[in-house]
Ligand binder design. Structure first.
Ligand SMILES: [Zn+2]
Length: 429
């Protein structure tokens, strides 16, 4: 498909690009006119659009076709780049005289409201924004961060308006640190075996936050079968109120996170004590060795771990207790899992490690919710909260520069919401 750049008004250029545009995107009531290559600055293709003869403009208020009033100065709408060239639609918007809405600017099928980019280009950018950071997309396609943001926003808003919320049976509720680690967000995932996605994001992790979720979720809460969350009290209270029929599950991910936090505290204070008392620094650089699963360690890390484990110190005893609890997850019967959990808690209570005893007390207090994990795990997709959380953290890191909650939410829905796209969106890649 050779474009003759030297002959911008040439017949071949005009014919081919028009044919292509009509193939990719035809708009009722409008025709593509001339195509020009403008070479001052960065070369760009400008495609003139005009109304089909005799067709009337659509009122942007009521969407009805109305009589013309006047014509506004020319506007440009950016389209998907072709062969590395920027492409713009050029069109003079009409105003219509609407008996219902008064004098109104017309609405055009290729762009929303005052947007300077076409809807097709917005979807194109939004798709790339799933694969790269927004600033990378902006750099790559020679546009601004703001344009990419608007594009993703459009895609997310459409997706949220058109997503299917039927058949939701299992939820995962979680809190994540946001804004350079100073503030919290509450996130709610759907964690059904057939569908895992981000459903909702709210500011803070208060009772009001989670109540807002349930108010939005409405009567659907009556159909919930399982809800996974941690022991955060406001969550427990709200879930008990709004989803009383659902089985509440304290999931594996959160229990392990709780244990890891305890181990970390034991290690930190013991390392300090050893240093103060002049012992050799056996706990130096052991933090990740103790938090990771042993099977995920490299050879040299395993050697180092084995070395540390020879010492009879609190940190090691706490670590071994944590590793012992791993067996819990091998049980399938809630009854046997319960017996194992009770034995483990008793042993921890004799350990004389205060941090670990706190954990055991909390596990005892939430025994039934923990065992619900075994009752639920056929239905919910195991490890799903953890998987979604990891992806969420990557998105938040990438979105590090985001100042506003709005932009952060849009980024999260975009990458984790599994949002639908309009069927008419043409695939450009
Ligand atoms: Zn109108």
């Amino acid at each position: 498909m050779g474009l003759r750049y030297q002959q911008p008004q040439g017949r071949q250029t005009k014919m081919q690009l028009k044919t292509l545009l009509n193939h990719v995107q035809k708009h009722k009531g409008f025709v593509y006119e001339s195509v020009r290559l403008e070479e001052q600055g960065r070369p760009r293709l400008v495609v003139d659009i005009r109304p089909r003869r005799g067709s009337r403009g659509r009122c942007s208020g009521c969407k009805q076709r109305r009589a013309g009033y006047d014509t506004l100065p020319v506007r440009f709408f950016q389209f998907v780049p072709l062969w590395g060239l920027l492409v713009f639609f050029r069109y003079e918007m009409r105003r219509v005289d609407c008996p219902k809405c008064g004098v109104k600017v017309e609405t055009v099928p290729w762009a929303e409201g005052k947007s300077p980019i076409t809807t097709t280009y917005a979807w194109f950018l939004a798709m790339w924004a799933k694969r790269m950071s927004w600033s990378e997309v902006a750099r790559h396609f020679k546009t601004t961060w703001d344009t990419v943001f608007r594009a993703v926003e459009l895609a997310v808003e459409w997706g949220l308006d058109n997503r299917d919320l039927t058949g939701i049976r299992s939820l995962g509720v979680d809190e994540v640190l946001w804004h350079r680690g100073h503030k919290y967000l509450t996130v709610v995932y759907q964690i059904d075996g057939h569908c895992r996605r981000l459903l909702w994001v709210g500011k803070d992790r208060t009772r009001a936050t989670i109540d807002d979720f349930f108010k939005w979720f409405g009567l659907r809460a009556q159909h919930l079968r399982f809800i996974c969350s941690d022991q955060h009290k406001p969550y427990l209270a709200s879930i008990a109120k709004y989803a009383s029929k659902a089985v509440h599950v304290l999931d594996r991910y959160h229990l392990v996170a709780r244990l890891n936090k305890a181990i970390d505290n034991v290690r930190a204070s013991e390392a300090k004590r050893l240093k103060r008392d002049g012992y050799e620094p056996v706990l130096k650089k052991t933090r990740w060795l103790l938090l990771k699963r042993p099977e995920n360690l490299r050879g040299d890390q395993r050697t180092k771990l084995a070395d540390v484990l020879r010492y009879n110190i609190k940190t090691v005893r706490a670590y071994l207790l944590k590793e012992e609890l791993q067996q819990l997850w091998d049980y399938s019967s809630p009854t046997w899992a319960g017996k194992f959990l009770d034995r483990w808690c008793s042993r921890v209570m004799r350990s004389r490690i205060e941090e670990m005893k706190k954990v055991a007390r909390s596990f005892r207090g939430h025994r039934e919710l923990i065992l619900n994990w075994f009752r639920a795990r056929a239905a919910i997709s195991a490890g799903s909260t953890e998987g979604l959380n990891n992806k969420l953290k990557v998105t938040l890191r990438r979105a590090y520069g985001f100042r506003t909650l709005k932009a952060t939410k849009i980024a999260l829905y975009h990458s984790l919401g599994a949002l639908p796209q309009p069927a008419v969106t043409h695939e450009f890649f």
